[in-house]
Write a protein that binds this ligand. Structure first.
Ligand SMILES: [Zn+2]
Ligand SMILES: [Zn+2]
Length: 193
């Protein structure tokens, strides 16, 4: 060790000292253990190989717990999580695009909800419940119609959501330009003609 730096000495010392893993029982050099301030010697009881295998098994057998823990972490570290996600999406554009379109195909209704939240700031689900699931004009049962005939009607200028309408009622007011004066004139016409 003559002439060696302090760092080199320490490195040599670490590599010649071993401790035995309480999991696999193998004697391994100290750098083969993760640091663990809770242990008396500052190193984990299990070697890195055993620790990694255990973490992998845990992830496989407890997917919900791991997902919940990751979610809590993301919520507590929002900015970091957002920039990590952005960087991943930029580096894996094709993979991300394929995964996105597979998700959209498998979840058509959630995709529509997502688009509504993006465009109007609400998916309208609470509003639909407050209307009892019925069209706000003709009171037909919206759930009996295909999704593309259930409309979350909105003001085209302000994007403010007005209510849920069936396809017929939505196109009906649309043809009269969503204009109360025209709709009143149409009503007067129908009642007097
Ligand atoms: Zn081990
Ligand atoms: Zn209707």
């Amino acid at each position: 060790m003559k002439g060696c730096s302090r760092f080199c000495e320490q490195f040599f010392f670490m590599n010649t000292l071993t401790k035995s893993c309480t999991k696999c029982g193998a004697d391994k050099p100290l750098p083969d253990y993760y640091a663990d301030p809770k242990c008396r010697d500052g190193l984990a009881h299990w070697c890195k190989v055993c620790a990694l295998a255990h973490a992998r098994d845990y992830r496989v057998s407890n997917p919900e717990r791991v997902a919940a823990k990751n979610k809590r972490w993301r919520e507590a570290n929002r900015d970091h999580a957002a920039s990590t996600k952005r960087a991943y999406r930029e580096a894996n554009r094709e993979k991300v695009a394929a995964a996105d379109s597979a998700w959209r195909a498998a979840n058509p209704e959630r995709q529509i909800d997502y688009q509504r939240r993006y465009t109007y700031g609400t998916d309208g689900r609470d509003l639909l419940a407050s209307q009892g699931g019925l069209c706000a004009i003709c009171a037909c049962d919206l759930a009996s119609l295909p999704p593309n005939q259930q409309h979350l009607d909105h003001c085209h200028e302000t994007k403010r959501v007005r209510g849920w309408l069936c396809h017929g009622c939505n196109t009906g007011i649309g043809k009269l330009k969503d204009d109360p004066a025209l709709l009143r004139a149409a009503l007067a016409y129908l009642e007097t003609a």
